[in-house]
Design a protein around this ligand. Structure first.
Ligand SMILES: Cc1cc2nc3c(=O)[nH]c(=O)nc-3n(C[C@H](O)[C@H](O)[C@H](O)COP(=O)(O)OP(=O)(O)OC[C@H]3O[C@@H](n4cnc5c(N)ncnc54)[C@H](O)[C@@H]3O)c2cc1C
Length: 464
């Protein structure tokens, strides 16, 4: 029988080196816990990654990843990794219509939740009636009880609150599909409303947009050094085939024991590697099969001349949802389409042709510009699809088997995002250490006093 050494008895094994696994391993190593991180690929970062394009030799991100000001735990992780300064921040949200007319929504002098009020009133892509309807919808969103909205779709919620198809198409749908990666007809209302409450209304900095200034992979390369410096051990290129409470088995047949195991792989992988005995008596695992994916499409475009002079923009009423300028000149742009179910069967040529047509419709300088290259990247399993059914199927960090779960699909109160992943990793580290949530998590941005008192009043009088 294999003897376990003292350090094996004390160590924590983290399986999976995406943002969740990095967050867990780093917090444990910082606390002096012998930590071993096993990652099947040769690089950390998981789905937030870059690749070397064989066609051009360039390093490209799989897709633009944006952070928001409200992502307090993800930003804390970047800080701990020493790369927080590699995010460029912007308070402006540009909206561009076909024909090129632009509007910018940015925080003005009023306190939250009214901080977007002035620029929203000036926005040209919405009529007066549409603005009034959205303002009313925002009012209801601010006071909504999220638990009470978990079983209905956001489309049902919007209908209940009198939102017309035109404001849904122009405003509500583009915002939530980018944030939650699912369209209102399937999206749980609680997930969408959380975005408006915490991401827009609660604090004037919440909706700031943060874009990495380096390829994504370089943010997480740093994690190798930082975890090792804190005393943790990493094994890259090491695939785990079985995870149980105190042991993991690798593809090489090696069995590694530990005081605790954190499984930080995506849900479709977790279901395959969790030990069969643990699955029998831990109800968290039987529901993993109910979770579904939602795809994202990223398209790298290079033009022969500058076509874009704003850092990013949402395209009004277009299949292509967002554009990001990738160089100072504005010749390189990255297009993003979330909830991209209809786009997945298309060929690369069809995708590039459609996106180019949207870009030319909205960015006048692109009409005469030559497209030098167009490179779509399909991510079919980009994130969890946050349907009403997914709410109860998302597992908690801990359960009867003792296996600790981390990953953007774990129940953190956040959608399947980098913030959700960072939170889940911090909570997993706390579970392994026997610490509480207060130790684990960075608090959310403090609610603005006006927002807090208005919500408190609404709860008092029973508004919904
Ligand atoms: C195209 C795209 C665009 C996105 N855009 C945004 C955005 O703008 N903003 C945002 O906040 N989020 C965005 N996301 C979501 C974000 O990337 C994820 O929520 C986050 O990266 C998930 O991190 P994770 O650690 O939970 O999982 P993962 O990143 O999937 O990490 C899991 C790790 O486990 C490893 N692994 C799997 N199986 C094994 C095994 N058997 N043994 C060992 N290791 C294993 C994997 O290789 C991987 O490294 C986007 C995702 C995609 C795909």
């Amino acid at each position: 029988m294999k003897q376990t050494s003292k350090s094996e008895n004390e160590r924590v094994i983290v399986v999976g080196g995406g943002i969740a696994g990095i967050a867990a391993a780093l917090r444990l190593a910082e606390e002096g816990v012998p930590t071993l991180l096993l990652e099947t690929r040769r690089k950390l970062g998981g789905r937030a990654t870059s690749f070397d394009d064989v066609r051009t030799g360039e390093r490209l991100d799989n897709c633009q990843h944006i952070a928001m000001g409200c992502c307090t735990n993800y930003l804390d992780l970047l800080d701990r990794l020493g790369v927080a300064d590699k995010i460029a921040w912007s308070r402006d949200i540009w909206w561009i219509e076909p024909g090129g007319r632009r509007s910018v929504v940015r925080p003005g002098p009023l306190p939250a939740p009214a901080h977007f009020g002035a620029s929203f009133l000036r926005a040209r892509f919405l009529s007066i009636d549409e603005k009034f309807a959205i303002a009313l919808g925002m009012h209801h969103a601010a006071y909504a009880d999220l638990d009470a909205c978990a079983s209905i779709t956001f489309a049902a919620w919007l209908e209940r609150h009198g939102q017309s198809p035109s404001v849904i198409d122009k405003f509500w749908a583009p915002v939530v599909v980018s944030a939650c990666n699912l369209w209102p007809d399937r999206l749980a209302a609680s997930e969408a409303l959380h975005v408006f409450q915490e991401g827009f209304l609660a604090h004037r900095d919440a909706a700031m947009i943060g874009v990495p200034t380096t390829p994504l992979v370089e943010l997480y390369d740093e994690a190798e050094r930082v975890i090792a410096r804190a005393g943790g051990e990493l094994k890259l290129g090491e695939s785990v085939t079985r995870v149980s409470t105190n042991e993991v088995e690798t593809a090489q047949g090696e069995r590694l024991s530990a005081q605790a195991v954190i499984c930080a792989v995506p849900f479709e992988r977790a279901v395959r590697i969790i030990d069969e005995r643990a699955k029998h008596f831990d109800g968290r695992f039987s529901k993993l099969g109910e979770l579904e994916h939602s795809p994202i499409l990223g398209i790298h475009l290079v033009f022969d001349r500058p076509v874009m002079d704003v850092p990013h923009a949402a395209l009004v009423g277009m299949g292509t949802q967002w554009l990001f300028r990738k160089d100072d000149a504005g010749t390189r742009i990255h297009a993003v389409i979330s909830g991209a179910f209809d786009w997945m069967p298309l060929s690369e040529e069809e995708i590039v042709a459609r996106v180019l047509s949207d870009v030319r419709a909205c960015l006048p300088p692109a009409r005469d510009a030559e497209l030098v290259s167009g490179r779509p990247v399909k991510e079919k399993r980009a994130t969890l699809a946050p349907t009403p059914q997914s709410i109860s199927a998302r597992p908690t960090t801990t359960g009867p088997s003792g296996i600790i779960l981390a990953g953007d699909y774990v129940r953190t109160g956040w959608p399947s995002t980098m913030e959700g992943a960072a939170r889940s990793g911090y909570l997993a580290a706390a579970a392994a250490l026997g610490r509480d949530e207060e130790w684990a998590l960075k608090p959310s941005l403090a609610e603005a006093p006006l927002y807090r008192s208005a919500r408190a009043f609404a709860h008092l009088v029973g508004a919904s």
